[in-house]
Design a protein around this ligand. Structure first.
Ligand SMILES: Cc1cc2nc3c(=O)[nH]c(=O)nc-3n(C[C@H](O)[C@H](O)[C@H](O)COP(=O)(O)O)c2cc1C
Length: 345
C-alpha cells in the first residue's frame, strides 16, 4: 500500500487529476464508481477564496463517499495561500494540494501555478507557509520545470519534501510545453529513484491505455499514476487499468447499458449540485464522450443538447439504449486532446 501521511491507499493508486470545469463533484462520483483511488477538486484561487467568490466556495464542496479527496489551491502570495489553507481546513478534505503546474497565462503569468517554477525559493516559502497553516497533509502538483533549460524538478522534489509535503505529483512537461509533444517521464523516474526521496511520487501525463499505465509503472517505478484527459467521458479507464495491472488481461469496454447508466447518474448529480438549468446545460458537452463509438449517433446527440428537463433527456437516453441494444461497441484507444492549444503563452 501507499501512504500519504495518515491516508492509506492501495498499491499503485490511480488518481483522478484536478481539472478545472471537469473534476467537480458529479464527475468525481462517476470516477469513484469506476475505481479512482484518490481524487482532487478543480483548482481554487487563494485570492478568490479569501474574497469569498461564490464559485470558489462551491468548489470546496466534497461528499463523504468520495473520500479520500484533496482540495487544490493556487496562488503566488504566502499570506493569501496560508489563509486559503486555513479556510480549506474547515471543510475537512483528506489533504490539501498546491498547484504549481498550471501553465495558462492568467495564472502562471501572475506568478502562481507554474509561474512559481521560475522562483524555487518562493515555491519553498509558499509551501512552507501552507504546511504551517494547516493540519492537513499537504501535497504538491507541478511540472518538470519552466522550460527546457530549467527542468529543476529533482531539486524541487527534495526541497519541498524538506519543508514537509507528503506526496508529489509530476506532469512530465514543462510550462512552456503547455500540452505540446509527449510527456517525458524520464525525469519523473529520476525523482522517484532518488534515494533521498521518501514521499510517494505520482506520475502524470498522457496515460490513455491500461498497457501504458502498467508499462510506465514498471519502467519508472512511480508509486501511482494520475490521469486527467483520458477519463473525461471515459471513467472506465480506472477499472481497466486496475484489472490489467492485477491480471495482465484487458477488460472489454463498458456496455451500452453502462454508458447510459453513467450518463444518467452524471446528469442527475449535476442537476442536484448545480441546479436544473446549469446542470442540464453543462451536461450537454458530456454525452458525445459517453456515447462515442455508436454509429450514426449524431441525430440523437443533437436532440440531447436541446432538451430542457431531466425527464426529457432520460427518455432520449432510454431510446438510445433500446435502439442500439446488442450492438458491439468498438474499444479504440482514447484520443488525448490539447485543451490549451488556443491559450496565449
Ligand atoms: C480541462 C483541464 C483542466 C485542468 N485543470 C487543472 C487544475 O485545475 N489543476 C491542475 O493541477 N491541473 C489541471 N489540469 C492538468 C491536469 O491535471 C493534468 O496534469 C494534465 O491534463 C496532464 O495529464 P493527462 O495527460 O492525463 O491529461 C487540467 C487539464 C485539463 C485538460
Amino acid at each position: 500500500m501507499v501512504k500519504i501521511d495518515n491516508i492509506t491507499l492501495p498499491d499503485f493508486p490511480l488518481l483522478l487529476a484536478p481539472m478545472e470545469d471537469v473534476s467537480d463533484p458529479p464527475f468525481r462520483a462517476v470516477c469513484k464508481d469506476a475505481g479512482a483511488d484518490l481524487m482532487y477538486t478543480e483548482f481554487i484561487s487563494s485570492e478568490g477564496l479569501i474574497r469569498d467568490a461564490i464559485k470558489c466556495r462551491r468548489k470546496l464542496d466534497i461528499f463523504e463517499y468520495e473520500r479520500p479527496v484533496g482540495i487544490q489551491i493556487f496562488g503566488g502570495d504566502e499570506d493569501s495561500l496560508a489563509m486559503a489553507a486555513r479556510i480549506v481546513d474547515v471543510t475537512s478534505p483528506d489533504l490539501l494540494d498546491i498547484n504549481f503546474g498550471c501553465p495558462v497565462k492568467k495564472v502562471a503569468g501572475r506568478g502562481a501555478g507554474a509561474g512559481v517554477l521560475k522562483d524555487l525559493d518562493l515555491m519553498v516559502r509558499l509551501t512552507a507557509a501552507c504546511v504551517k497553516a494547516t493540519k492537513l497533509p499537504v501535497t504538491v502538483k507541478t511540472r518538470l520545470g519552466w522550460d527546457d533549460d530549467t527542468k529543476n524538478i529533482e531539486e524541487v522534489a527534495e526541497r519541498l519534501q524538506d519543508v514537509g509535503i507528503k506526496a508529489l505529483a509530476i506532469h512530465g512537461r514543462t510550462r512552456c510545453q503547455m500540452y505540446k509533444g509527449q510527456a517525458d517521464w524520464t525525469l519523473i523516474g529520476k525523482v522517484k529513484n532518488n534515494p533521498r526521496i521518501k514521499i510517494p511520487i505520482f506520475g502524470n501525463g498522457d496515460i490513455n491505455t491500461p498497457q501504458k499505465a502498467v508499462e510506465y509503472k514498471n519502467r519508472y517505478g512511480v508509486d501511482g499514476i494520475m490521469i486527467g484527459r483520458a477519463v473525461i467521458g471515459y471513467p472506465w479507464l480506472f477499472r481497466e487499468i486496475r484489472h490489467y495491472e492485477q491480471t495482465g488481461e484487458l477488460l472489454p469496454g463498458p456496455t451500452l447499458e453502462e454508458r447510459i447508466a453513467v450518463s444518467k447518474k452524471h446528469l442527475r448529480l449535476s442537476v442536484e449540485w448545480k441546479g436544473p438549468v446549469t446542470g442540464i446545460n453543462e451536461m450537454r458537452g458530456c454525452y458525445a464522450n459517453y456515447l462515442k463509438g455508436l454509429p450514426n449517433i449524431k441525430e440523437f446527440r443533437s436532440r440531447l443538447v436541446t432538451l430542457k428537463t431531466v425527464e426529457e433527456v432520460e427518455a432520449v437516453l432510454d431510446e438510445i439504449e433500446a435502439y442500439y441494444k446488442g450492438i458491439e461497441l468498438e474499444h479504440a484507444p482514447i484520443e488525448l486532446i490539447d485543451y490549451h492549444q488556443n491559450c496565449p503563452l
